[in-house]
Design a binder for this molecule. Structure first.
Ligand code: GLP
Length: 263
């Protein structure tokens, strides 16, 4: 696992956007580049920078197919808290050459959630898998909506949200946890770790425990993010604020080995 520590959130986002753009630009195969994407506050700065690069002609999304991580069950696309809405507001609507037919987001209003999830896995497989999955994590270490104790080999499916997650996400729902949908559709931990590369953004003091669990903890279904330790191409991009619970030797190790990557 690589851990790239940047001074602050802005630099972390710049590093991640540069990394993604380089991967897209370096993709010379005939088939499209398959990119997994998250929602949340963490990726917003990355999306801003990708939009800037796209408008400046530094990266094209013409040959990119995206798969989003998750979607609330029961929210229509035009609900301002649906992840469909979020992705269009913060990324897709601003890219000059993203094709609508290349955007894949689980349908939160589906009448058959199991079938929707099965088809999603099938579609990912039809492209030969995901090249790079970018993610964020919750304060409890959930990756996509894979809450603590979700199997580390799980596939796309329906997830019950924990009370903790509903409380954290209630900031977008009038601070009322009851208004946060109780269930979501989400790619599984296995879906994410099947990707060739996984890039997870972890920033801020409130993610310090989760970062330590991801990097230094045991691989455990309690911290589903810890499954990344078993992945051969996992990168954590983080900021200084998130490093508060790392041991000093771990922190120094990654600063030393990644010093060329420090912006
Ligand atoms: C939600 C999403 C996750 C995301 C998490 C963290 O629960 N389902 O995919 O990683 O929020 O969000 P933030 O980046 O806002 O802390």
């Amino acid at each position: 696992m690589r851990v790239v520590i940047q001074d602050n959130y802005e630099k972390m986002c710049k590093w991640a956007a540069d990394y993604i753009a380089d991967k897209i630009n370096g993709h010379k195969e005939d088939r499209p580049f398959i990119l997994g994407l998250p929602t949340g506050s963490s990726p917003i700065g990355v999306y801003k920078e990708l939009i800037r690069k796209n408008k400046a002609g530094e990266v094209s999304f013409k040959n990119v197919v995206t798969f989003n991580m998750d979607e609330y069950l029961g929210l229509p696309k035009d609900h301002d808290q649906s992840y469909w809405y979020f992705m269009h507001e913060y990324l897709f609507d601003h890219l000059v050459d993203m094709k609508a037919e290349n955007i894949n987001i689980l349908d939160g209003m589906t009448e058959d959630p199991e079938e929707e999830c099965r088809k999603y896995e099938e579609k990912i497989a039809s492209y030969g898998g995901i090249d790079l999955f970018m993610g964020g994590i919750g304060v409890d270490g959930h990756l996509a909506f894979n809450e603590p104790f979700t199997s580390l080999t799980s596939r796309t499916g329906v997830r019950d949200l924990t009370t903790d997650t509903r409380i954290v996400n209630s900031r977008f729902f009038d601070n009322d946890p009851e208004k946060v949908p109780a269930q979501a559709l989400s790619v599984g931990i296995g879906t994410v770790t099947d990707s060739k590369e996984v890039l997870v953004l972890i920033s801020g003091h409130n993610k310090a425990r989760a970062l330590a669990a991801t990097v230094e903890g045991s691989v455990s279904q309690k911290w589903t993010c810890s499954a990344l330790q078993m992945h051969n191409g996992a990168i954590i991009a983080c900021d200084e604020d998130a490093c508060g619970e790392l041991t000093v030797d771990t922190y120094k190790y990654f600063l030393d080995i990644e010093k060329k990557e420090r912006l």
